[in-house]
Design a protein around this ligand. Sequence first.
Ligand SMILES: CC(C)(COP(=O)(O)OP(=O)(O)OC[C@H]1O[C@@H](n2cnc3c(N)ncnc32)[C@H](O)[C@@H]1OP(=O)(O)O)[C@@H](O)C(=O)NCCC(=O)NCCS
Length: 197
Amino acid sequence: MEHVIRQYTLEPGALEVQYIEECFTEFSGKKTAEEIIERLKDRDHLILLSMAPSEDDDGVLIPVSYKIGHELRAQETNLKLVDLVGQLRDVVEFPNRRIFYSWIGGTRTEWRGRGHYRALTEQQEEWAHANGYHELVVKTKNRFYGMRATFDHLNFDVIKFQRHLKDNRESKVYLSKKIAADVLRQHQTTRSVVDAA
Ligand SMILES: CC(C)(COP(=O)(O)OP(=O)(O)OC[C@H]1O[C@@H](n2cnc3c(N)ncnc32)[C@H](O)[C@@H]1OP(=O)(O)O)[C@@H](O)C(=O)NCCC(=O)NCCS
């Protein structure tokens, strides 16, 4: 199966992601387009959505999975990113290396288990490699078992565990994947990528 992926520019992509996140029950803090634009506007970023035929009308492709990532610098000013870099500093080498943070993503329930997230992750890796990045990092929580299992299948390594003092299920898990040509050779999905608005 060939995955159809759309690569979006900032404003239309932020709106698409705000819209698709409405379909997720897992997310408590859904991102608004405004928040997404604020985070991404002054940094290198990638907004990808994977498409599938709508269940109502087979001819129409709708977004079913999404993934946003952005560059992560050693010196950040955004408080959340300052904290993130602080957590990663002892496990990720920043000097003279480009680090890409895989920020948010997911697949709508009805379309899970069909490789959409793998396709988006592989596309993100291909883009990151082509754009000079050395490593992808991602953060999840202990209690997001499906997400953790997925990163396991996608060969991400756990690099740090940040224990939550009261509730271990809320503990944060940081993972990473070093990007090199051999990683791209192991990709399993076939993808066609089109530029959206
Ligand atoms: C996790 C999630 C993104 C996976 O999306 P998906 O499109 O179903 O994933 P894919 O079909 O591309 O699967 C990718 C790989 O992960 C594995 N996988 C996916 N979901 C899994 C699960 N729940 N348990 C175990 N393995 C899983 C697949 O088997 C596949 O491995 P393979 O290619 O080696 O066979 C999706 O279930 C989701 O959006 N979940 C909710 C998001 C969430 O919990 N977010 C918390 C905030 S981080």
